[in-house]
Design a protein around this ligand. Structure first.
Ligand code: DUC
Ligand code: ZN
Ligand code: ZN
Length: 475
């Protein structure tokens, strides 16, 4: 019998800290050896000219998430994870949403039914807490954390999701008790409602006004409020999908005070602008780019890069939240044509996250390839309790690997995508660097844009407590 099931030969191994030429020996889905020259493998994969990196971990995706009165999402687990592996990812962390009045546990049970046997990559769940009743806080959350759902998301806006300040403080405090990490959507509910009603009253209803209704000041205020609540309750938090300079500076301010406040940003904040939302009327394409927080002005990209380069942001996630553009269930549905407020909120991006960051970051010289690995894989594993099984290339880690062609030039196009949506907001953008093969626990699941794995390959990941969620430094 051969020593290794698979040898990846002749590539350049890249981790969050090192870059070196080595062969990678895999057995039973695990990395056994990373060494100069390996022989004795059942299957040899030639990686010469390629980078050998940990598979992407996308810790912020929405799949099969129920919407209350709007159109259904364009991706369930099958198409969403198909798209993920085609884009070089091996783990996704979507959200199990608690509808108000329902128990969190029943939401998790239902969400498992969506995912079981339907996933091309590994997955875990964050919980979205919308109804923090005393029993949710004191019984359900601790039990679910114990079962491996070790992070929750809370919202500071949206009618069906928003928590008031008292509720935020209660959830933060429970998270502290059970050592879970809270992700916070920071946009202020009342300010958005005020702006939306004013804009609608003067007929400013086109998609572009979505961005006008929630400017950076609204995100900055909510970010500061969340940080203050984290200080009061002495709990670490992750501010998700940070769009520009003003909220980024709030996080930097808190970090400079020694607080455990983490930051996530996303491709739409370095590759799209609010100009993309411009259309003269509802038939124009602006609706394709409606997401929250919205993309900002082009100058904002450099502020986001400064946050990436100086470590304000630990994770770069897609916030993949796909809807169809055309059709009765699309972004341009009849109700959505009456006002931006009804345009389904979110864009697809799990498949394009890695190429966009590699191209604009590494190929254009803004970040190192090691920083790329940290931002797209290693830090996600460490922060969300998946380390040391996921997120690096070293003996003992799962053999979750992407082979990456650093020189390949592609033009992003819907034609290349594997997601369920009928468009990509990055259509026509040129990138340098592209995934050519994705291995999940040693098995090839995507190769040259073709899915060769099966939807029963993915496993549910029961996550550990995150060391990043340990309290004690925010006060
Ligand atoms: N928040 C997200 O995280 N995703 C999509 C929409 C939203 O508001
Ligand atoms: Zn959000
Ligand atoms: Zn999201």
């Amino acid at each position: 019998m051969n020593q290794f099931d698979v040898i990846i030969r002749g590539g350049i191994v890249v981790t969050a800290t090192d870059t070196f030429r080595a062969d990678v020996g895999i057995r039973h889905g695990k990395i056994m050896t990373v060494a100069n020259i390996l022989t004795d493998g059942t299957k040899i994969i030639d990686a010469s000219g390629l980078l050998v990196m940990p598979g992407g971990i996308d810790s912020h995706v929405h799949l099969a998430q129920p919407s209350f009165d709007g159109p259904a999402m364009a991706d369930g687990f099958e198409s969403g994870t198909r798209s993920a592996v085609a884009g070089g990812n091996t783990t996704v962390l979507p959200f199990a949403l608690q509808p108000r009045g329902a128990s969190l546990r029943s939401s998790v049970v239902n969400y498992h039914k969506e995912a079981d046997g339907q996933s091309y990559c590994d997955y875990g769940f964050h919980l979205i807490v919308t109804d923090p009743t005393p029993s949710v806080l004191s019984q359900e959350l601790p039990a679910l954390v114990e079962d491996g759902y070790t992070s929750f998301k809370v919202f500071m806006t949206y009618d069906d999701l928003v928590l008031n300040d008292r509720q935020l403080l209660e959830v933060f405090s429970s998270a502290r008790d059970c050592k879970a990490l809270v992700m916070v959507h920071c946009e202020g509910y009342d300010a958005i409602r005020f702006m939306t009603e004013r804009l609608e009253a003067v007929g400013k209803t086109a998609p572009y006004y979505h961005a006008v209704s929630r400017p950076e000041s609204v995100e900055r205020e909510a970010t500061h409020r969340a940080i203050s609540h984290a200080e009061l309750t002495d709990v670490p938090i992750m501010i998700v999908h940070v769009s520009g300079r003003e909220p980024m500076e709030q996080i930097r301010w808190a970090q400079n005070r020694g607080m455990k406040i983490y930051g996530e940003t996303c491709p739409q904040y370095i590759a799209l602008t609010s100009e993309d939302l411009k259309g003269l009327n509802m038939d124009e394409t602006g609706g394709k780019y409606v997401c929250s927080p919205p993309p900002r002005e082009k100058e904002s990209w450099e502020a986001v890069w400064s946050g990436i380069k100086t470590g304000v942001f630990q994770t770069f996630s897609s916030d993949h939240c796909p809807f169809f553009y055309e059709g009765v269930g699309g972004k341009l549905n009849d109700k959505a044509r009456t006002s931006f407020r009804w345009v389904p909120n979110g864009i697809p991006g799990v498949e394009t996250r890695l190429p966009i960051l590699y191209s604009r970051g590494v190929a254009e010289g803004r970040i190192t390839v090691n920083e790329f690995v940290a931002l797209t894989s290693t830090n996600h594993a460490k922060i969300y309790g998946l380390y040391p099984e996921k997120g690096s290339i070293a003996p003992g880690f799962d053999a979750d690997i992407v082979l990456w062609d650093p020189n390949r030039k592609e033009t992003i196009s819907q034609r290349l995508m594997h997601h369920g949506a009928d468009y990509t907001p990055y259509e026509g953008q040129q990138v340098t660097g592209w995934p050519v093969m994705t291995l999940l626990r040693g098995k090839i699941v995507a190769e040259e844009g073709k899915i060769v794995g099966s939807k029963s390959d993915g496993r549910f990941l029961k996550r550990r407590l995150s060391p990043y969620a340990m309290p004690g430094s925010n006060r």
